[in-house]
Design a protein around this ligand. Structure first.
Ligand SMILES: Cc1cc2nc3c(=O)[nH]c(=O)nc-3n(C[C@H](O)[C@H](O)[C@H](O)COP(=O)(O)OP(=O)(O)OC[C@H]3O[C@@H](n4cnc5c(N)ncnc54)[C@H](O)[C@@H]3O)c2cc1C
Length: 333
């Protein structure tokens, strides 16, 4: 029996290599996470971003690695091989007050909450100028007509992407009317403002998109890095437990961070399952494309090159179609 813990991008890609594996997840649906921003901003409906399937829905999980059994509220699952694919969490504790006063954008429920709350406010602050913060700030401004300030600690937006993408993001955001504050550190989130090193910014709704980490539960499973990501070897095996593999955002190498992205998680899930089935494939993390959409503007990076317009739109569309087909029709409910 092969058990996959977590049915997201990595878990479902693993399942595509071995459809008789059992998937355990806290949700009964797969979330197309890269598109929950569109849902939060009101431009698409629920069916666009979640797909129900027949995972075993569990509320808690406790693996016993010695006896090779997963204990859950839905009973025990013995495994010959176990794949851990539990995704990421927003790192809210990084900023004082964020846990109490900021919303995060991590799950479908988070997006739902933003979609509701944004209708009640005028001033919104988004913390974090990575891809999530940029897309969210621009589309909230465009679709919801609220005042949006984007607070970014670094001296450019999209700091892990090409400078062309950074410049384009700033230009588009400013054109649509977002107040972009670079080299601005959010120091504390309060009930109605965000305190920064450049003064206090009024905020009735603060959304944190300032950094990702692995889920804390990973620390209970064995070695993890300071970012709560499970340490795996190059063949994605746990360094602690025999017959256990890690894939997706919750897993990384000891000597270098594996990027947290859907395309990497897809390849990681497939490789982990192949190796669980007996292969010895080394995983090489490689981002294919990161494309952003703000209104009708599409732009981003394809490998190391900047792209925009029709090509960028096509790439984003292809990624969506591919993500939707991760759940094989046979297991849809
Ligand atoms: C707002 C946003 C926008 C993004 N945009 C992009 C983008 O444009 N392009 C891109 O490549 N990437 C994007 N990403 C990142 C991408 O979504 C992730 O890298 C990808 O989802 C990782 O896949 P995964 O399988 O590791 O985790 P996930 O897809 O998150 O799957 C994890 C699964 O584990 C389940 N789970 C978690 N904890 C438990 C538990 N304790 N018990 C049981 N089940 C559990 C979850 O319910 C989920 O189904 C974005 C992320 C966010 C939040």
């Amino acid at each position: 029996m092969i058990v996959v813990l977590g049915g997201g991008f990595a878990g479902l890609s693993a399942l595509s290599q071995f459809p008789s594996a059992v998937v355990l997840d806290r949700k009964e649906y797969f979330t197309l996470t890269p598109w929950i921003i569109d849902y939060a901003c009101g431009s698409v409906g629920e069916d666009y971003v979640i797909r129900r399937y027949n995972a075993v829905k569990i509320n808690w999980v406790k693996p016993d690695f010695k006896d090779k059994v997963i204990l859950t509220d839905k009973g025990k699952f013995n495994y010959d091989k176990l794949l851990i694919c539990l995704g990421h969490r927003q790192n809210l504790p990084r900023v004082k007050g964020a846990k109490d006063y900021a919303l995060k954008i991590e799950t479908f429920e988070d997006a739902k909450k933003i979609r509701e709350e944004v209708t009640k406010v005028k001033d919104v602050v988004v913390i974090g100028g990575g891809a999530t913060g940029v897309e969210l700030a621009g589309n909230l401004k465009l679709n919801r007509g609220v005042n949006v300030t984007l607070v970014q600690r670094r001296n450019r937006l999209l700091p892990t992407m090409t400078t062309s993408s950074s410049e384009k993001a700033k230009k588009v955001l400013e054109e649509v009317g977002v107040n972009v504050m670079l080299e601005t550190e959010a120091q504390e989130v309060k009930a109605r403002s965000v305190v920064t090193n450049r003064g206090e910014v009024p905020s009735e709704l603060t959304i944190f998109a300032g950094g990702l980490k692995g889920p804390e539960i990973i620390d209970e499973f064995g070695h993890s890095n300071k970012n709560h990501r499970m340490i795996v070897d190059k063949e994605l095996r746990s360094i602690d437990h025999k017959d256990v593999y890690g894939a997706g955002d919750c897993a990384t190498f000891e000597d270098g961070e594996v990027p947290m992205s859907a395309d990497v998680a897809i390849n990681m899930g497939k490789t982990a399952m192949k190796n669980a089935l007996g292969d010895s494939v080394k995983f090489e993390p490689k981002r294919i494309a990161t494309i952003l959409r703000i209104g009708s503007e599409y732009f981003g990076d394809l490998g190391d090159s900047y792209v925009e317009g029709d090509l960028a739109k096509l790439l984003k569309g292809l990624a969506y179609v591919h993500s939707r087909t991760l759940i094989a029709p046979t297991i849809l409910v």
